[in-house]
Design a protein around this ligand. Sequence first.
Ligand code: UDX
Length: 440
Amino acid sequence: MEFGVKISVIGCGYLGAVHAACMAELGHEVIGVDVDQSKIDVLSDGRAPFFEPGLPEILTSAIATGRLRFTTDMSEVADAEVHFVAVGTPQTKGSYAADLTYVDAAVDALIPHLAPGTLVVGKSTVPVGTAARLAEKVAAGAPQASLAWNPEFLREGFAVQDTLGPDRLVYGVPAGDAGERATAQLDEIYAVALAADTPRIVMDYATAELVKVSANAFLATKISFINAMAEVAEATGADVTMLADAIGHDVRIGRRFLNSGLGFGGGCLPKDIRAFRARGEELGLGESLAFLGEVDAINLRRRDRMVELTRESLGGSLKGKKIAVLGLAFKPDSDDVRDSPSLDVAARLLAEGALVTVTDPEAIETAKRVHPELAYESTVSDTVADADAVLVLTEWKQYRALTPEDLAGAAGTIILDGRNCLDRDLWRGAGWTYASLGRP
Ligand code: UDX
């Protein structure tokens, strides 16, 4: 492609930084804007402010072509034709609802710079009804601009791949001519994906907003379903991983997202199901989404169970016991510890009097910011040295591949598998006490 669309991306966090770099990679001319000068400095230098495979490479190459720039100055977006809003919508302090402060601030800041015919595209995950409200704002402040909602489904660790080759494109657009124009503008931006026959579904704002939150609600429900089965398996001597394999062969069920263990965390699933429930309450639909409260509760109970299993394995008390925790990120291939089940369990074990040493291939720095009181080591052998028990809580590839010889420095021979990711027979065969969630 010779010269693509002029694009701005407001908010250069996880979503925005990846989106900006990928759009430039596709040939568009992109300016990324964020209020955080340090983030802009790092990105302008071609570095990613977080760990995401492949991102530094495309940042560097896109910056070198001159198609990608970053700034803190909103006025620099004035000649862009399409403006993506990719700011965060965190959980509000003291409530389950999404905090829309940043989304509103971004749209307010954009409005004075919107030229006629330009399009504002929301990418952030928002409660249903937000796009319609923001469209009114845009109509009042910049009557010749319009708004679309184009949710993002990227997974951390696969963010570049998911953005360059999404499995579907969802456009929430206004009715009539404005909707047709918005669709055409988005089609130009996503020309490469469309040429590869990526399904593209055009709909109203509310449906587009709901597609995103309901997709995450479904995924969270699938994980909590199998973790509820793990609770039943624990009480009956059944094996939840075999159960998942067996039911997963039914294509209507499918095996993916049926991995039982410590449950889901991260910057999306937990806060999105809570915000969805909160929005349901506001709409008088508390009953329709009440099950998400159960999904959340099942998920959090797995962390309690992990602490309990550790206590039981150590003879009934955690006090003074040396525990090694392998894995702090909420999932492998990420340095993200937002609502991380593993970090939460590590902190709880410490709070209950254990001596906890932790490590992670990428998330030590991010974890230290939240829980500086834990003891950090950079290698597995230093982490497990003299440990009474070793807990594998994030299924990094290098931890799945561990053998009893790698943990020879531990004082005890207890290994607890929080992700059902280890070979039980291998460890038991070597004389270790192996226990996990949902398996005898
Ligand atoms: C999720 C959605 O997958 C993505 O589409 C959306 O855009 C953002 O939220 P992400 O947060 O990156 O993506 O992580 P995901 O891979 O979905 O995993 C979420 C959590 O569920 C992790 O803590 C993971 O360990 C856990 N998980 C996942 C399970 O416990 N079992 C599974 O079978 C799958």
